[in-house]
Design a protein. Structure first.
Length: 275
């Protein structure tokens, strides 16, 4: 990788971007799908390299940036120099707003925003057409922009430990989404449109206020793990028996009667049901 001779100035402005961990999602079937994602080591940024190519933009070839745990309240302007970034780690800061400029990172594949103070995401988040992995857990989100539905390459989405009261509408448009974590929010119902999310493999809805599950859940034919722990459920729709690939179903801390649990077991004889 070659950087312009004075590239270190811009890199220093980004607070010593050195080897730090960025997270990645777990794909291994034998591990809890919604545990904390594993770490993926950042590569060290190379030292300055003399080059005769004075037209090279500083930071142009940098692919991974780590600004985690820096007490940032806003993104430094210098970050805009890194136009080719594919992985950006901003976890554990004090960000309460994500500037619209985030939409300029058109090559971004992984964005980690966990552990900040965000109440919303900008509309421009929908411009990140290459994004595959988005973690916004442990913030203060009360809503998501509908433009999140434009992230057609997104496969992993963590929205757990926020303040969402309704299921974000744009999410149902994410046809390639495989893992969705909405644990520990304040959801009271699921939309029937959830049937459109037929690529889902794992869905975590534990720690919400759900009183029922829509019959349309039957359309999630690829679902292997469904976590409904700690809700207000007394029954599940019979249509759930059509989820023949379901391997793990979590029903702890609800209000199911013994007879209802037995029915569910009969509907899903090959599923490991935990209650």
């Amino acid at each position: 990788m070659k950087l312009k001779k004075n590239a270190s100035f811009y890199i220093n402005q980004l607070i010593d971007l050195i080897a730090q961990p960025i997270v990645k999602a777990r794909e291994q079937e034998k591990t809890p799908a919604f545990a904390q994602p594993e770490d993926e080591g950042f590569q060290d940024l190379p030292p300055d390299t003399d080059t005769s190519d004075d037209t090279q933009e500083p930071g142009l070839e940098v692919k991974k940036l780590d600004l985690s745990s820096r007490k940032l309240r806003f993104l430094p302007l210098e970050i805009q120099k890194f136009t080719q970034v594919e992985q950006l780690n901003l976890e554990q800061n004090h960000l309460n707003i994500l500037m619209s400029e985030i939409g300029a990172f058109l090559h971004l594949k992984r964005l980690d925003l966990r552990g900040n103070e965000l109440e919303s995401l900008p509309q421009e988040i929908g411009s990140l057409q290459c994004l595959e992995w988005l973690c916004v857990q442990n913030n203060r989100l009360v809503e998501l922009p509908n433009t999140i539905g434009q992230l057609h390459q997104l496969r992993w989405l963590w929205l757990n430990d926020n303040h969402l009261h309704s299921f974000p509408k744009g999410i149902v448009q994410l046809e390639n989404l495989e893992w969705l974590n909405l644990q520990n929010n304040s959801l009271t119902k699921l939309p029937g449109e959830i049937e459109e999310m037929q690529g889902l493999i794992g869905l975590n809805l534990s720690g919400n206020r759900l009183k029922n599950v829509p019959t349309e859940i039957k359309q999630l034919r690829n679902l292997r793990e469904l976590n409904l722990d700690s809700n207000q459920l007394t029954t599940l729709p019979k249509s759930i028996e059509q989820l023949q690939d379901l391997e793990r179903l979590f029903l702890h801390h609800n209000y199911f009667s013994q007879s209802e649990l037995e029915k569910i077991q009969n509907w899903l004889p090959h599923c490991n049901i935990c209650f």
